[in-house]
Structures are given as C-alpha cells and as structure tokens.
Design a binder for this molecule. Structure first.
Ligand SMILES: C=C(O[C@@H]1C=C(C(=O)O)C=C[C@H]1O)C(=O)O
Length: 105
C-alpha cells in the first residue's frame, strides 16, 4: 500500500470536502422539492380534513429509505435523518395550515 504523506492527506481532505459541498447542494435542492410537495399535501389534507400526522405512512417512508440506502450499516443513520425530515415536514404543514386558516378568518 502506498504511503500517504501529510501533504497528500491535506489535499485529499480538501478534495473530499469539495465533493461534500457539491452533494450538499444537491441534497438541499431535493429537500426544497420535497418541501414543495409537502406544501401541496398540506393543502390537500386541509381540504380533505385529514390530520397532518400519519404514523403508518411515516413507518413506510422509513422502511423505503432504509431499503434504498442499500447498507445495513447506513440504514439506522438514514432512518434517523428521515425521522427529523418528517418532523420538520409536519411542522411546515402545521405552519402552512394555520397560516391559511388565519388568513381566511
Ligand atoms: C407528507 C405527509 O405528512 C406527514 C409527513 C410525512 C413525510 O414528510 O413524508 C409523512 C407522513 C405524515 O406524517 C403525508 O401524509 O404524506
């Protein structure tokens, strides 16, 4: 195995962080798209008078994500991230629903 000098390690670190920056841009764009879709769901739930929280659906999302990550080691980390994403999704929906309700009154 080749020896990695401190200088090579520093260069590798900078390059890996650049890659992380690019991935974070993509993740942020996908999160924005997810929140846009959640906004539409909030509108439909309000019209259908359906509660924001759906435990069965959240369990399904977590199972799908754990499956999609394709690694038993990464699955629990992905699950935790999506627990937070869905908590924020509910907070966003409640904010939207309350805002539209107070606008109507
Ligand atoms: C978006 C929804 O509302 C809530 C948030 C979810 C999500 O962010 O994936 C899933 C279930 C609900 O608790 C939904 O019902 O689909």
């Amino acid at each position: 195995m080749a020896i990695t000098t401190s200088q090579q390690a520093q260069a590798g670190l900078a390059q890996a962080r650049q890659h992380i920056n690019e991935l974070d841009q993509q993740i942020a764009a996908l999160l924005a798209e997810r929140f846009e879709t959640v906004d539409e769901i909030a509108r439909l739930k309000k019209a259908a008078q359906v509660p924001v929280k759906n435990q069965a659906r959240e369990a399904q999302v977590l199972d799908q994500v754990a499956d999609a990550i394709g690694s038993d080691q990464l699955a629990p980390h992905a699950r935790k991230i999506f627990v937070t994403i869905m908590a924020e999704s509910r907070a966003y929906q409640n904010q939207k629903i309350n805002a539209t309700t107070s606008e109507e009154n």
